[in-house]
Design a protein around this ligand. Structure first.
Ligand code: WQD
Length: 346
C-alpha cells in the first residue's frame, strides 16, 4: 500500500513494540500515515527494518520518550497528526511489583502529558492501550465491559486501571478529545511474513514466547504454573488474541473516533476472541500445528495468576464492526515462524 502525501497522520507511541509495530502495518494498509514515537527502551531498531520489508517504505520514527514534554510538543507541531494511539508503557507484571514507582511514573506521566498536549494541537482522537488485567479474577465469565474492575493484581495492572480513570475524568471535564480504551486479553502471534513479532528481552514472562523458545532449544523446558485449578484440565484459562487481529481493532477504533461528531467522549471495549484456552491446550495446539514437541513440567502456581479470564467481545463487534478472525493454531504457527527467523539470526 503506498501512501499519498495527504494520508492522515497517526502518532503511534511505542510503535516499535510488539503490538505497536503490527498496528503500524494495519494503519498503512488502511490508508493512514503512522508516525512512530519510541525510545527503544523495550524494543529494537531492527523492528524498523522489518516494517520497511513489509511496507516497502520507511516509517517516520522519533527516538523519543513520550514523557519528554518539549520533544512531544515539537513532534505534534511538526507532524500535526489527527490522532494518537498510545502503546508506550512499561508492561512487565513481575518487574512492576519490584519497581512500582518506575511504573507509576512512566506509565501515568506519559498519559497525562498526552492528554494535556493534544488539545493544544487540536488532536481529537485518542486510543489507549488497556488490559483485561483490570478485571482481576472475575466472578462471572466471559467478562463484559460492565464487569466491575477489581483491585489490580500488580502495579502494572493498576497503571492501566488508573489510566482509564484519568481519561474518563478528563473527558468528563470536557477536554476536546474522543477516546477509546481497548482492554486487550492475551496478545500472541507474529506477522505472517516473519519480519516483525514479539521480542521478549531476557527470559520471557509470557507463555507463548516461552513455548517457542523451548521448542527452539533456547530454554530447556517450560514450567506450567499449576494444574490444580478448577478448569477443564487444571491449568489456567486465557483469551489469546492474535496480534494482527488486535492491530486491526486499533484501526477500527480510530476510524470510529474520527467519524464521531462528539466534542469529547470516552468508552472502553474488550478486544479478545471470546474463547478461553487452557495452558495445556495451547501447548498441544502448538505441537500439532508445528510438529515440534515442547518439553514441559508441571510446577507450582505463579503468584498473581488468575484462574480464568476471557472476554465477551460483542461490544467490539457492535461498536467497531470488528471481530477476531485468526485461530489459535494460526497465531502459534506465525509465532513459531518468527522464532525460527530470530534463531537463524543468532
Ligand atoms: C498466561 C498463562 C500462566 C508462562 C499478562 C498480563 C497482561 C498482558 C499479558 C501485557 C498463565 C501460564 C506463563 C510460563 C505458564 N501483559 N504460564 N508458564 O499473566 O495471563 O497476562 O501478560 O500487556 O496484562 O497480565 O500472561 O503469558 O504470562 O500467562 O504456565 O512460563 O500461561 O500461569 O496461566 P498473563 P502470561
Amino acid at each position: 500500500m503506498t501512501l499519498t502525501g495527504n494520508s492522515p497522520k497517526i502518532l503511534v507511541t511505542g510503535g516499535a513494540g510488539f503490538i505497536g509495530s503490527h498496528t503500524v502495518v494495519s494503519l498503512v494498509n488502511a490508508g493512514f500515515e503512522p508516525v512512530i514515537v519510541d525510545d527503544f527502551s523495550n524494543s529494537e531498531r531492527s523492528v524498523l527494518d522489518g516494517l520497511r520489508a513489509i511496507l516497502g517504505r520507511d516509517v517516520t520514527c522519533y527516538p523519543v520518550n513520550c514523557n519528554d514534554a518539549a520533544a512531544m510538543a515539537d513532534i505534534f507541531k511538526k507532524e500535526t497528526p489527527v490522532g494518537v494511539i498510545h502503546f508506550a508503557a512499561h508492561k512487565a507484571v513481575g518487574e512492576s511489583v519490584a519497581k512500582p514507582l518506575k511504573y507509576y511514573r512512566n506509565n501515568l506521566d506519559s498519559l497525562l502529558l498526552l492528554l494535556e498536549l493534544m488539545p493544544q494541537y487540536n488532536i481529537r482522537n485518542f486510543v489507549f492501550s488497556s488490559s483485561c488485567t483490570v478485571y482481576g479474577q472475575p466472578e462471572h465469565l466471559p467478562v463484559t465491559e460492565e464487569t466491575p474492575r477489581l483491585p489490580a493484581q500488580s502495579p502494572y495492572g493498576n497503571t492501566k486501571s488508573i489510566g482509564e480513570d484519568i481519561i474518563r475524568d478528563a473527558v468528563h471535564a470536557q477536554i476536546p478529545v474522543k477516546a477509546l480504551a481497548l482492554r486487550y486479553f492475551n496478545p500472541i502471534g507474529a506477522h505472517p511474513s516473519a519480519q516483525i513479532g514479539e521480542l521478549p528481552l531476557g527470559v520471557p514472562a509470557n507463555l507463548v514466547p516461552f513455548i517457542t523458545q523451548t521448542a527452539a532449544g533456547i530454554r530447556a523446558s517450560l514450567t506450567v504454573y499449576g494444574d490444580d485449578y478448577n478448569t477443564p484440565d487444571g491449568t489456567c484459562v486465557r483469551d489469546y488474541i492474535d496480534v494482527i487481529d488486535l492491530a486491526d481493532a486499533h484501526v477500527q477504533a480510530l476510524k470510529k473516533l474520527i467519524e464521531s461528531q462528539e466534542n469529547s467522549s470516552y468508552d472502553v471495549i474488550n478486544i479478545g476472541t471470546g474463547r478461553g484456552e487452557t495452558v495445556l491446550n495451547v501447548i498441544k495446539t502448538f505441537e500439532q500445528e508445528t510438529g515440534v514437541k515442547v518439553n514441559y513440567t508441571i510446577g507450582p502456581r505463579r503468584a498473581g495468576d488468575v484462574e480464568q479470564v476471557y472476554g465477551d467481545v460483542s461490544k467490539a463487534n457492535r461498536v467497531l464492526g470488528w471481530t477476531a478472525h485468526r485461530s489459535l493454531a494460526e497465531s502459534l504457527r506465525d509465532a513459531w515462524q518468527w522464532q525460527k527467523k530470530l534463531s537463524s539470526q543468532g
